[in-house]
Design a protein around this ligand. Structure first.
Ligand SMILES: [Zn+2]
Length: 55
């Protein structure tokens, strides 16, 4: 399920407050290489739930 653009535009990384990029079923922060799950269209932007992106 895609994230509405209006919602995506106001989302920020909880770690660095940078802009997030939308991936396939997740959001990722290019600045700190963290990946956030999107559950039922709702991004889970919790530092404890973030996954480190594989290099
Ligand atoms: Zn970040």
């Amino acid at each position: 399920m895609a994230i509405p653009k209006a919602l995506r535009d106001i989302l920020a990384c909880p770690n660095c407050h940078g802009a997030l990029a939308e991936g396939d079923g997740h959001l990722c922060c290019p600045a700190c290489s963290l990946r956030f799950a999107v559950r039922e269209g709702i991004p889970v932007l919790l530092p404890g739930e973030a996954e480190k992106e594989r290099p």
